[in-house]
Design a protein around this ligand. Structure first.
Ligand code: SAM
Length: 268
């Protein structure tokens, strides 16, 4: 279960905890009565955490310190079992504030992929909103369901195994549509039919050619305020000998498209 559901900051059986030894040794684990976590710096018994507060400092059997931290949403995203590429926190964080999505919203997510986006959306729309998540490949959907169950978000996601271009959506009148597929332009016309007027469609694409086709189709289908951005993130190395950007890292993820639907023939 999601540890943040309790306010007392105590780690319980089944809670997700980020065990941090150092920047190269970080593990997202579920507190358990009978499992041990092993690393080259020693073993850690997960039952030791039960009843302790987040922030607890333990010792491996080889005497190295480990720290029990509350996982961030980005940690949960990066630790999903991946069968596909996933959306990146820098892009999703930005896109979320570029929509009107919040607690109680009903949103569409295509394709489910590894479930990283669906999981974050489920957290945002909780407790009484819903994510309608569509994926055409059953093996990806099965993996995503496991990832979302592990994050404790199952109650706020409904899954559908289908090709949306062929079979469309069941969900009606949603507050936002999120598209992370190779051919978003093919889904725009059907997305328009289920999106509330004035609300947002957002789409991720790694290539400029995809963006061009998507923008063209958005403009043909009653979407306005069409905007495209790229979010560039740069980590800094902070050391005694000097502070400078890291020379390696993720250089490109996706171009971000967002647009808002207008109602045709509406006079009021
Ligand atoms: C890049 S992955 C999505 C990753 C996901 N957003 C995440 O964060 O884990 C793209 C997924 O879209 C699915 N897909 C592509 N076209 C689709 C369509 N027309 N209908 C349903 N799923 C589709 C693919 O099978 C793939 O799993």
């Amino acid at each position: 279960m999601d540890a943040s559901a309790h306010n007392d900051n105590v780690m319980r059986l089944g809670d997700l905890v980020l065990i941090y030894l150092d920047s190269r040794r970080q593990y997202l684990v579920q507190v358990s009565e009978n499992l041990n976590l092993s690393s080259d710096l020693g073993n850690m018994a997960l039952k030791e955490m039960i009843g302790k507060a987040f922030g607890y400092v333990g010792e491996t059997h080889l005497g190295h310190k480990y720290y029990c931290l509350r996982p961030s949403t980005a940690d949960l995203m990066f630790k999903v079992k991946r069968k596909t590429t996933i959306v990146y926190p820098k892009d999703l964080g930005y896109l979320l504030v570029e929509t009107a999505v919040g607690p109680g919203s009903r949103v569409i997510d295509v394709g489910t992929g590894s479930g990283a986006l669906a999981m974050v959306l489920a957290k945002i729309v909780a407790p009484d909103g819903m994510v309608f998540s569509y994926e055409r490949r059953e093996e990806f959907l099965d993996n995503a369901k496991r990832n979302i169950a592990r994050a404790g978000c199952t109650e706020n996601v409904k899954f559908y195994c289908r090709d949306v271009v062929v079979d469309g959506f069941d969900a009606q009148t949603v507050d936002a549509v999120f598209l992370d597929v190779p051919e978003p332009w093919a889904i725009v016309p059907v997305a328009e039919t289920v999106l509330k007027g004035g609300h947002h469609l957002v789409s991720w694409s790694p290539n400029v050619e995809q963006v061009k086709r998507t923008v063209d189709v958005l403009k043909e289908n009653h979407f306005i305020r069409v905007r495209v951005s790229e979010i560039i993130e740069r980590d800094l190395l902070v050391r005694q000998q000097g502070i400078r950007p890291r020379e390696r890292g993720i250089t490109h993820t996706a171009y971000l498209v967002r647009a808002q639907k207008i109602l045709v023939n509406s006079k009021d």
